[in-house]
Ligand binder design. Structure first.
Ligand code: PGA
Length: 262
């Protein structure tokens, strides 16, 4: 069965409630116009606003074409963890997805592979679909260690995956080379396909058919101008979009770049 393409907007630490609601409404009306024109949207769309805007954005997206996601979660469910947000709380506010192990958290907040795996498990326990980010730094790429780094990040997840097939299949992996994030320098299609194909083979080896259903999206300076060539790649199942998700016109143009065949 073909995997459904997925486009995720990661707004990071940008926007207050009013701007978040306005952006959501612009995206929703753009998507409705596309449905009116062609009968459907070609992909699943997820918006990940800052935590403070989740409730307000959910008021707008509830029951619509768009799903809501958090940008991070605690590995714990509740308790004395000041400033943290549990997966159940994200569900409570309307989230169906959560980004886990973004490189800005791995590097800025000391999240290692083991903690990322525990956070993924916490997301599954809360009934959320984790979007787990992996990717090498520029230094690691220059040392020829890209595949080794990505393999270690992926392998760390397997012991924490739940046993149920349908839950495992709902995992999303995002390949985000750290040097491409927010830099305006996206990875070349051949670099992206090399890593995505490599991860697909590992997923198939380790999980059999379940590994076939897991979506692998690309993130790192995706723009309307390069989205088409990235989304056309065999093992790319969508995109995780940062900067270009903050303007509805840019984000909608990226959604339009999803190939028709999906
Ligand atoms: P970018 O960010 O699209 O601005 O490069 C991607 C991300 O950090 O998820």
């Amino acid at each position: 069965m073909a995997r459904r393409m997925l486009i995720v907007g990661n707004w990071k630490m940008n926007g207050l409630i009013e701007t978040a609601q306005a952006l959501t409404e612009d995206i929703l009306s753009g998507l409705s116009a596309r449905v009116a024109r062609s009968g459907s949207v070609r992909c699943e769309v997820v918006l990940c606003p800052p935590a403070t805007a989740l409730y307000a954005v959910n008021q707008r997206v509830g029951g619509s074409l768009v799903r809501l996601g958090g940008q991070d979660l605690s590995e714990f469910e509740s308790g004395p963890h000041t400033g943290e947000t549990g997966g159940g709380m994200l569900r409570d506010v309307g989230c169906g997805y959560v980004i886990v192990g973004h490189s800005e958290r791995r590097s800025g907040w000391g999240e290692d592979n083991a903690r990322v795996a525990r956070k993924m498990a916490a997301a599954f326990r809360a009934g959320l679909q984790p979007i787990v980010c992996v990717g090498e730094t520029l230094e690691e790429r220059e040392q020829g260690r890209t595949l080794e780094v990505v393999r270690a990040q992926l392998e760390a997840l397997f012991p924490c995956l739940p046993p149920q097939s349908d839950t495992r299949q709902s995992l999303v992996v995002a390949y985000e080379p750290v040097w491409a994030i927010g830099s305006g320098r996206h990875a070349l299609p051949e670099q992206v396909q090399e890593v995505h194909g490599f991860m697909r083979r590992i997923l198939l080896e380790r999980l059999g058919e379940d590994g076939h259903a897991i979506r692998i999206v690309y993130g790192g300076s995706v723009k309307a101008g390069n989205a088409g060539s990235l989304f056309a790649l065999e093992d790319v199942d969508g995109g995780l979009i940062g900067g270009a998700s903050l303007q509805s016109v840019d984000f909608l143009a990226i959604i339009d770049a999803v190939p028709e065949t999906f």
